[in-house]
Design a binder for this molecule. Structure first.
Ligand SMILES: [Zn+2]
Length: 208
């Protein structure tokens, strides 16, 4: 099966602002979209470097997010500072395994999955690898979709508040770990937004 021609081979470039497909005349830095006037670019400028920077920063913040206590629970006069993991264990032990699973998925599995997938996409794009391109394109769409689901953490916080109401704990108080966790979520979203998924298909040496 021969691959369909690529825009770069046909001398075409899509405007990133209005979507107009334009002829690419000469050096692209000087070319502007005839419809909206935006600068025409084949790929997001500095996509790989920015994406790496956001991803590494996210990973750095993820360490204190896990090591520092994320919430203080007070139940029957017992004050307890919990990290994400000990919070999961506590929920499990206190007879709320379904909640424990949700918190585990939202706070540990999803961020880990994002780190691994984004790093894989970046390494492959950097090496102009032809390995599993279709699957990589799918993985990018998955990470992009998960971005919206980062709101799941807000959902977890509201669930915890509900737990207080129902008397599981008499008080739940957020601790500094939450700030680092929030920063991790935001930075991984920025990392996935900075990545240009078209890089997955740039395998030729002469590609842009
Ligand atoms: Zn345009």
């Amino acid at each position: 099966m021969s691959a369909p021609p690529r825009a770069v081979e046909l001398g075409l470039v899509g405007c990133t602002v209005c979507g107009q497909v334009c002829r690419a005349p000469g050096p692209l830095a000087q070319a502007a979209c005839p419809r909206c006037g935006a600068v025409l670019r084949r790929r997001k400028a500095g996509s790989l470097a920015r994406s790496w920077a956001f991803l590494i920063a996210a990973f750095i913040f993820y360490i204190p997010a896990n090591l520092l206590p994320i919430m203080r629970t007070v139940s029957l006069g017992d004050v307890d500072d919990n990290t994400i993991l000990s919070g999961v264990v506590e929920l499990w032990v206190k007879g709320s395994p379904d909640l424990a699973v949700i918190v585990f998925a939202a706070s540990i599995m999803v961020p880990m999955l994002k780190f691994v997938v984004l790093a894989t996409l970046l390494v492959c794009a950097q090496r102009r690898s032809r390995w599993a391109q279709v699957q990589r394109a799918r993985l990018y769409r998955l990470v992009d979709l998960i971005g919206y689901w980062s709101m799941l953490d807000v959902f977890v916080v509201s669930l915890l508040t509900a737990l207080v109401r129902f008397g599981f704990f008499s008080e739940v108080e957020p601790l500094p770990g939450v700030i680092y966790f929030g920063l991790t979520v935001i930075l991984t979203m920025l990392a996935s937004m900075s990545f240009d998924p078209r890089l997955t298909w740039d395998t030729d040496k002469d590609a842009p």
